[in-house]
Design a protein around this ligand. Structure first.
Ligand SMILES: O=P(O)(O)OC[C@@H](O)[C@@H](O)c1c[nH]c2ccccc12
Length: 256
């Protein structure tokens, strides 16, 4: 499944590149005001931080919510105390787009993450051209040399890579990169199975000073509490926010 998702995102990017050549996207990326400092926005604090996700659907959970105006949802996330907004830009299975990201970027003043299956430079440039401050890199989807190249490009463009792992080995690869922001996804993107204990098992492998993010299946306050106790600096939450009252849900998560 992960291979299929990555191939789909890369195909869609190639189709966009026919209309908007790399050099043009690069010029747009470089013309943007500087990216926001996501490491500062997500720095460990007394309270857990929330990265709130704009998510309409997913292959594992199906349709989640009609989100006609991603910018209004994101504004609610900011008002509710989120530290950053994640925007799914994958079109086929998550029903997102780069237009969603651009609209969100205009509506909030906290950092915005491009959440997609990133495999080439064009997608990274597009992210910056649309105003992203952070870009997700999924360790399981990329060989180490490609991971390193994309990681460096994200940094050169002034953005912050969020490096996502789903095993002890993948956490080791994320640490080897020198990553300052590491996400542990409870969901296996190959099988879609959940492992809620994974974060607790690998958290100690992440060096002090690196920001630790627990991702996926954070549905209630007890999940947030469990991750906080296991050492999470932040949680990345989609479903619970798009299917409920975002402000009230954020409030309860932030009171942990
Ligand atoms: O909706 P949830 O279970 O709260 O999950 C959010 C986020 O962690 C999830 O969307 C996600 C994490 N890593 C990904 C990689 C690709 C696509 C999606 C994801």
């Amino acid at each position: 499944m992960l291979e299929e998702l990555l191939a789909g995102s890369l195909d869609d990017a190639r189709a966009r590149m026919e209309r908007r050549p790399l050099r043009q996207v690069e010029a747009d990326a470089l013309a943007r005001p500087a990216a926001l400092d996501a490491l500062e926005a997500l720095a460990p604090a007394e309270r857990i931080r929330v990265i709130a996700e704009v998510k309409r659907a997913s292959p594992s959970r199906g349709e989640l919510a009609e989100i006609a105006e991603p910018q209004s949802l994101a504004a609610q996330y900011e008002a509710g105390g989120a530290s950053a907004v994640s925007v799914l830009t994958e079109e086929r299975r998550f029903k997102g787009s780069l237009d969603d990201l651009e609209a969100v970027r205009k509506a909030v003043s906290i950092p915005v993450l491009r959440k997609d299956f990133i495999g080439d430079e064009y997608q990274v440039l597009e992210a910056r051209a649309a105003g992203a401050d952070l870009v997700l890199l999924i360790v399981a989807a990329l060989p180490q040399d490609r991971l390193e190249r994309l990681y460096e490009l994200i940094r050169q463009l002034g953005m912050t890579p969020l490096v996502e792992a789903h095993s002890a080995d993948e956490v080791a690869r994320a640490v080897d990169l020198g990553s300052e922001l590491i996400g542990v996804n409870a969901r296996d993107l190959r099988t879609f199975e959940l492992d809620r204990e994974l974060f607790g098992r690998v958290a100690d492998q992440i060096p002090a000073g690196v920001i630790r993010v627990a991702e996926s299946a954070v549905l209630d306050v007890a999940d947030v509490q469990r991750y906080r106790e296991a050492g999470a600096d932040a949680v990345l939450v989609g479903e619970a926010l798009v299917t409920g009252d975002p402000i009230a849900t954020l409030g309860s998560f932030l009171s942990v």
